[in-house]
Design a protein around this ligand. Structure first.
Ligand SMILES: [Zn+2]
Length: 228
């Protein structure tokens, strides 16, 4: 029998692989493959080639799944970072705002100087208050009790700010506003008997009922008119 060329076998191999060729062809192909390594390799190539698409599909699927997983993970961690970042920023900002705006710190007793407690010609009591440390003050809390005690509590944030000018840190004050606040709370007949600055240390007495007061100086009288 004439030896079948590799070319013919090569043509037959796909049919052989798919088992769609005749028994005669199968016999010829197998006889040839037994002796020809080249055609055996060709058959292997066909097997691999035919299997490849399926394998690739699986690979692609896995890759896609992997990429999707990574993306989800990445997105999730990115979102997490973003949230953590935002929270951190909020905490820092909130913290700064609290520290610089939230007026919770009392003033040390030694920075409040009360002088010139005196009586104006119209009978009102006046005093001069000064903060000596240069830091601004925007808030004074009021506390009072039924016994006629009235407390002024100057408060500052933890992060203090310097006053723009020394003159914002001192002023002449009468007890008018405090008296009004006191009567609002305890009735028209109620009167303040003592008024204090409350500090981080001891309370500082500004005035007490029965205190012997000098008449206000001309400058203070003039100051009173400048205030009104
Ligand atoms: Zn061959």
């Amino acid at each position: 029998m004439e030896k079948i060329s590799c070319e013919i076998i090569k043509d037959l191999l796909p049919l052989y692989y798919d088992k769609v060729c005749s028994a005669e062809s199968v016999r010829l192909v197998e006889a040839h493959l037994a002796e020809c390594q080249h055609c055996r390799l060709e058959l292997e190539t066909i097997k691999t080639a035919l299997h490849l698409p399926e394998a690739e599909v699986m690979n692609n699927y896995n890759e896609a799944a992997a990429i999707k997983g990574i993306t989800v993970l990445w997105r999730r961690s990115k979102l997490k970072s973003l949230i953590i970042g935002l929270l951190a920023a909020a905490v820092l900002f909130g913290g700064y705002v609290c520290l610089s705006q939230w007026e919770i710190m009392k003033v040390p007793a030694d920075v409040i100087k009360i002088t010139e407690v005196s009586k104006l010609s119209d009978g009102r009591i006046v005093y001069h208050a000064k903060l000596t440390d240069g830091y601004s003050l925007n808030r004074i809390d009021y506390n009072m009790d039924e016994d006629g005690n009235f407390y002024l509590t100057p408060l500052r944030p933890i992060i203090k700010t310097r006053a723009l000018s020394e003159r914002f840190l001192e002023m002449y004050e009468t007890l008018e506003h405090e008296s009004y606040v006191y009567k609002e709370k305890y009735g028209d007949d109620a009167e303040i008997k003592a008024i204090y600055f409350r500090t981080s240390g001891e309370d500082i007495l500004i005035w007490k009922k029965g205190m012997d007061l000098p008449s206000a100086s001309e400058e203070v009288e003039a100051e009173k008119f400048r205030h009104e």
